[in-house]
Structure formats: C-alpha cells, structure tokens
Write a protein that binds this ligand. Sequence first.
Ligand SMILES: [Zn+2]
Length: 211
Amino acid sequence: MTRISHNFNKAAYTFTLIIILFASELSHAGDTDSEPSDSQILINVSAIIVDGEKGKNSSIRKTDDIENVFSRVNQIWSGAFIKFEPRSIIRLTIPDDALSEMINGNYSPFIKYASKLNLLTGNYDLTVIYAHKIGGMNGRAMPSEKLVFITDYPYVEDYRVTSHEIGHILGLGHNVTDPERLMYSGSEGSTLVKNEISLARENALKFSSGL
Ligand SMILES: [Zn+2]
C-alpha cells in the first residue's frame, strides 16, 4: 500500500514538474521581442445571406459554406497576419423590390432595409453580404460603408472573391500585371506583396474593434 502511494506521489511530482516547465516555456513564448506591428489583427465580420420573399431568388449558400469561405480567406490573409472572424452569420429575407434592385446592381434599397434593422451598424468591423446575383459582378466592395457583396455564382472561387473584395476594403487597389496576385481582377491569384501587407494592416488597425 505504502509502495503504491509512494509511486503515485512520485508520478504526481513528475507530472507537476512537467506542467511547471511547460508553463514557463509558454510564458517565454509570449514574451518574444517581436514588433507590435507583427501582432495579429482581428476583424469581426458579420455575414448576411440574402433570401427573397417566398424563397424566390434566395441565396443558395448555407451557414457552413460561409464558415468554409472564411477559413480559406484566413489562409490567404494569414500572410498579412490579419484574421477575419465571422462572428455572426444570419439569413435575411428582404422585400422583392430590394432584391430585384440588388440583382440589377443597385444595393441602396438593400442597405436602407438592413440599416433600418440595425444590421449594418455597431458590433462588427465589416459586413459581407452573400446574395443570388449582384449586377453581373463577382463581388463588390464599398470601403466607406465597410460592406462587401458577393454573388452566389462568381467565376472564380468564392473565397478568392471574398478575399479580394476585403483587400479593397483594406485600401488596396488593383494589380494589372500579375494574375498570381490577390488584387489582380478576376483570377485565382492569392499573393499579397509587402507594400500591400503593410497598407492593409495599417487600415485594418484603424477599424478593428480589437474585440
Ligand atoms: Zn477588384
């Protein structure tokens, strides 16, 4: 009995020692001398999936699709150490006339409608809207409103469209020479270069609530 107890104590002691060593290693890891500019910037995202009345022209996307899109968006943006967290993903049924306008590329009725419901203000740093069609475009960014619109039927991957439009929100313009770049229009490119990273981070810091 004594022997078992002794072994047990010895094991417990060893275990405790390992924990202490591990904890001290961890606190060390957090204590690096990296510049503050290297720290991750977190952007809280609200995603809205747009439905039509009686289901007509509703988005075909599901909540899971949006989560998958953002995990791929985060792979692309990890190079800039900016992370987009879809904190809220909702479906919103909008009036038929607002949806037809949106399909034709006029987002104002949608913006009015969603604003009235307080869906575009406050708690999130950025709102990304997924809709059936948005006027024949893959995506559209409105930097001053911090709004991004994405169609259900882009001709490049949806996570790439989302990442690209987010680039516009973060102040990046188009690159016209290299299809490998994220900011090349209409390709599958995903590369961010150094000056894009620093500009995007500078702007991201301005509107990240940091929560
Ligand atoms: Zn663009």
